[in-house]
Structures are given as structure tokens and as C-alpha cells.
Design a protein around this ligand. Structure first.
Ligand SMILES: [Zn+2]
Length: 159
């Protein structure tokens, strides 16, 4: 079960998996410009917005946008504990869902249009919102019930 096929092992090495292992988060295999989002099928071109989880059958899923992860889980289920998000502020780091904060700056744009970016702390999320002149911040627990229920237009208008 633990043994990886050679191609997968190489991809993990290329992604610098070792850098993340001390945090206990195993990064997904993403080949920029090739790997497609599990939900919207857009090619993943920017790792800063990437997210990943496992479905109810244990299959790994990767996404181009945190909004796509939450939307697909709403549509087809998935393991909440397996959710990880790429830190938008510091490239190369993946965050466990429970440790993640989400910020949607005003005029926020993202690959699939949801507009929510993942951060390692409230402070970093606040910095993003402050830099944009306003916006919204959510903890992971709140995010699961808010993000992905919005239209893909990403205008950020909440009920
Ligand atoms: Zn997507």
C-alpha cells in the first residue's frame, strides 16, 4: 500500500516533498500546466491556489482553487480531515485544513473565481485583506459551510 510507483515517487521529489513532511502534511502530486482540477477541469498553473483532499473511497483529488474543493465535497462528499491547502503567502508550504485561514480580498480573483486564498495565520489573512482595502476572513470550520456555495463568478456577494 505504501509503495509508490516510480513516476509518482519522482513527482514527489520534484515538488520538494521533504520540506513539508515535518509538518505532517503530504503534498499532492501536481504538475503545473498539466494536472487538472478534479472539479472544474481547469489546468493548474498556479500552485499558490492549489488544494487537495481524498474522496470517500480514499482517492486523492487535487484542485486549482480552494473553492473547487469545498464545492465538490458539497456535491460528492469527501474526507474533511484529508483537506490541505497551499499557503498563498509563502510558496512551497501546504497547510492542514484545520490550521488554515481563508481570506477573500475585495476584487479577489482566483483560478476558478471563488476568490478565497489560504493562509497559515489570521495575521497573514488580515494582511491580504488590508492590502486590498477590505474583504472577508474565515476559519476553516466556517469556510466549509461558506466557500463553494457561492457562484463561480467570485464577486463575493454573501447573503
Ligand atoms: Zn477547479
Amino acid at each position: 500500500m505504501k509503495r509508490l510507483p516510480p513516476v509518482s515517487a519522482l513527482a514527489l521529489i520534484l515538488l520538494g516533498a521533504a520540506a513539508c513532511q515535518d509538518r505532517g502534511v503530504e503534498p499532492p502530486q501536481v504538475e503545473l500546466g498539466v494536472t487538472r482540477c478534479q472539479r472544474c477541469q481547469r489546468v493548474i498553473n498556479d500552485l499558490r491556489w492549489a488544494a487537495a483532499d481524498r474522496d470517500d473511497a480514499g482517492m486523492n483529488r487535487v484542485f486549482d482553487d480552494p473553492g473547487c474543493l469545498f464545492a465538490l465535497r458539497r456535491e460528492r462528499g469527501g474526507s474533511e480531515e484529508s483537506s490541505i491547502f497551499h499557503d498563498h503567502a509563502s510558496s512551497g508550504t501546504w497547510l492542514r485544513g484545520a490550521d488554515t485561514w481563508f481570506a477573500a480580498p475585495l476584487q479577489g480573483i482566483s483560478p476558478a473565481g471563488f476568490g478565497w486564498a489560504a493562509y497559515a495565520s489570521f495575521g497573514e489573512a488580515q494582511d491580504a485583506v488590508t492590502a486590498a482595502g477590505g474583504g472577508r476572513i474565515l476559519r476553516y470550520e466556517q469556510a466549509a459551510s461558506v466557500i463553494g456555495g457561492e457562484p463561480d463568478s467570485g464577486t463575493g456577494a454573501a447573503p
